[in-house]
Design a protein around this ligand. Sequence first.
Ligand code: ASP
Length: 332
Amino acid sequence: MIAAAMALVSPANAQDVTAGDEPGWSFAIHGGAGVIERENLTDEQEAAYRASLDAALTAGTEILAAGGSAMDAVKAAIVLMEDDPLYNAGRGAVFTWDGRIEHDASIMDGTDRSAGAVTGTRTIRNPILLADTVRTESRHVFLSGDGAEEFAGEHGLETVLPDWFATERRLESLNRLKAQKLSALDVDVKYGTVGAVARDMQGNLAAGTSTGGMTGKRWGRIGDAPIIGAGTYADNDSCAVSATGHGEYFIRVGVAREICSRIALAGEDPQTASDSVLAEVLEMGGDGGVIVVTPAGDEVFSFNTAGMYRGRADSEGLREIAIFGDHAGDAE
Ligand code: ASP
């Protein structure tokens, strides 16, 4: 599918550019980018990640194949990954310096560019659902901490005790960081944020991202994941993006919006746009990756790390789960 053809697509005629005459759907997910190398994963761990990515991919694609919305597909996949302790999101999120878990999430609907985001929540089981509730039930885009929790209470979001999110593995990461006075990057270079991007049969795009941030984060640090335009962006006229990586750089580059702008304004194909923006991140000293879908139905991965937990599928029969950067043995 040709990216140039979609540069001037408006939401109203977005489905006209689908391959052939059939309206199609596209979907992609990630479970974080980082130093993910074959020698560092046991066969059991690799199998667990593949099964989990497969389940999240299936949750989204079933909705899209049945004619459901891109927003619903994005939420369904992210909720599954938030509940899975394998990822740094929801259950299994990393610990702050003070030994707490503080979640960030954001979501955006490309149809009208409505967006919702939350940061620093501690008891909301699925932060992505709270972000979406901010989008639909408030006049705001971004809520934080106690206020976000209060808003969640008023809207009946499911809460759990903070311990529900805690895992031994992430506690060990924090203790190692403290014992060796390492930086968050040294101790937890696998990141593990989750995200999803979708294009539905109506030609609408959506993107969402959810994370615990970075191990040992302090002083209320907020990364790119809940920042619209940095970690998440969706616009039916250009693309939908979810990012993972060293948030400080992704914020400064405005990664998600920058990729969509290059596609819409410069007519770049989505792979070139994504690779160029991640090269900018790398030049500044950061690393990570993105998943992108376009109005024409392309689904693109780009990352400058050793690996990225990822999957993609579309109505034309593509289905792929991958982890490592070399792609060897990665295809399903
Ligand atoms: N981007 C996230 C952050 O900086 C981390 C990640 O992707 O794992 O908070």
